[in-house]
Design a binder for this molecule. Structure first.
Ligand code: ZN
Ligand code: ZN
Length: 256
């Protein structure tokens, strides 16, 4: 199973895109603007979008992706997330004001262009070659992390989260865990700001890092523009030493 990073930062511009991942050809985690760089044929192969939460940097391309399925008579999309996240989508995005209500518009086969599937922490769904499980997360709105388990290895994604003991304890018990994609929006000098915004800093997650199996790759994502080096220095100083730590760059492919 292949996980490809399409957007990895908290901001736009200067080649940066906000959060989204592609799992094999048919599945997305979040739907930031990096998705729009895919060719139309690939966009039409996407069947499911797993959302971490409702913030616009994680779902802003979803309306246009639905539009591409509409204009090409595609198969449509199933959007999976917390009920609160799905309610936010239907109330504020697909409401016939901001964008057409694609939950009520069908393709020529009678399939809605947007279907929704509510999920809760601990629920799992099969992927083509693995399984995905919703993980605990603490943010300013209801939110999830995701655990993606392939045939050999597993990747955990924190979503947008303040330090969440439930997430770290959960993933520390996954024997095949090989990769953790962790949001670190701010450096430690902006910890107060991070706490107000429901994000985390390197020293905030430091107590949890020794729980991880040895040789896990920690990918840092969702960094604030201009603070990348400071964040990387902070997390390196807070690491127990057995972790591989790198900034998650767009187009990084992780094989599970
Ligand atoms: Zn957020
Ligand atoms: Zn975000």
């Amino acid at each position: 199973m292949r996980v490809k990073a399409l957007g990895t930062f908290s901001h736009h511009g200067l080649m940066a895109r906000t959060t989204s991942f592609q799992i094999d050809d048919t599945t997305l985690i979040d739907c930031g603007p990096g998705v729009e760089d895919l060719p139309t044929a690939e966009l039409l192969r996407i069947e499911r979008v797993f959302l971490t939460h409702s913030h616009i940097d994680h779902c802003q391309f979803l309306p246009l992706l639905a539009d591409i399925h509409a204009s090409h008579d595609g198969n449509g999309l199933t959007v999976i997330g917390l009920q609160e996240t799905l309610d936010a989508m239907t109330t504020h995005m697909f409401n016939n004001i901001l964008w057409p209500d694609y939950t009520r518009i069908t393709n020529s086969r009678g399939t809605p262009l947007i279907a929704t599937h509510a999920i809760d922490v601990g629920d799992s769904l099969p992927l083509m070659d693995g399984i995905i499980t919703a993980l605990p997360c603490e943010h300013t709105v209801p939110a999830l992390g995701w655990l993606v388990e392939g045939p050999w290895r597993a990747l955990a994604f924190s979503g947008d989260s303040s330090p969440c003991a439930g997430f770290w304890h959960w993933i520390s018990n996954v024997p095949s865990l090989s990769d953790v994609v962790c949001e670190l929006n701010y450096p430690d000098t902006l910890r107060g700001f991070a706490e107000k915004a429901g994000h985390q800093t390197p020293s905030g997650i430091a107590p949890f890092l020794p729980l991880l199996p040895p040789n896990v790759q920690l990918w840092v994502s969702h960094m604030e523009r201009g603070h990348e080096n400071e964040i990387l220095n902070d997390i390196s100083a807070n690491s127990p030493g057995m972790l591989q730590i790198d900034i998650l760059q767009p187009d990084t492919v992780i094989d599970l």
